[in-house]
Design a protein around this ligand. Sequence first.
Ligand code: ATP
Length: 219
Amino acid sequence: MAKENRSFAVIGLGAFGQTVAAELARFGNHVIGVDMDERRVNSMASVLTATVILDSTDEGALREAGIERYDVALVAIGEDIQASILTTMNLKLCGVNTIWVKASNRTHHRILMKLGADRVILPEQEMGRHIAQMLNNPVMLDYVSLGNGYSVVNMAVPERMAGQPLKALDFTGHDLTLLGVMRGTEFRPAHSRDYTLEKDDKIIVLGKRPELRSFGDQI
Ligand code: ATP
């Protein structure tokens, strides 16, 4: 296994597991896909480094597949909560270093944390919060939450600002930091302030949510 890339075992190849596994493989990682459904496994065989058909509630089957050799395991079994819990426990028993698990609800989440999962994800809730933030602030195209109310956001520059210098963006009265401008896929840091804004430019701004919202309303 190449050491510069990390190795991942994705257990459960539903829509969520398949997406994560395929993306990890696309980034150049070693990824094994695990599912007890042969058709799901076959459909991922050409995308992933390895695939195996097994029931992950069976600890022996996981050991046989050499699951402990993987740096990270992701349990992406949603509907069958019992199978998800047993799989997480088995991964712990096998000594897998880092275990991430997709949960279906808050109770499931609590149980998985108690079992020692390193990270428990509630995709619907997390995505729902993300979507609500963007609907709440229409110029916000996307954002990354940094914790403690801070976010870095990607904002659309209004068309009327095209042709104006970057410093025409007025942050007065807002406790915000302009990090830079995205033009297509190219990033220009904010310190190159002689920059002229163009239509479709996006600005990358750091700050707290209410400040970002009122700045969004202003521009
Ligand atoms: P999605 O990601 O599509 O929303 P989901 O949350 O509904 O999926 P499921 O469909 O319940 O999750 O499970 C995802 C995958 O996990 C399925 O392909 C299923 O075959 C597989 N799976 C469920 N239980 C086990 C198990 N014990 N061992 C191996 N794979 C399993």
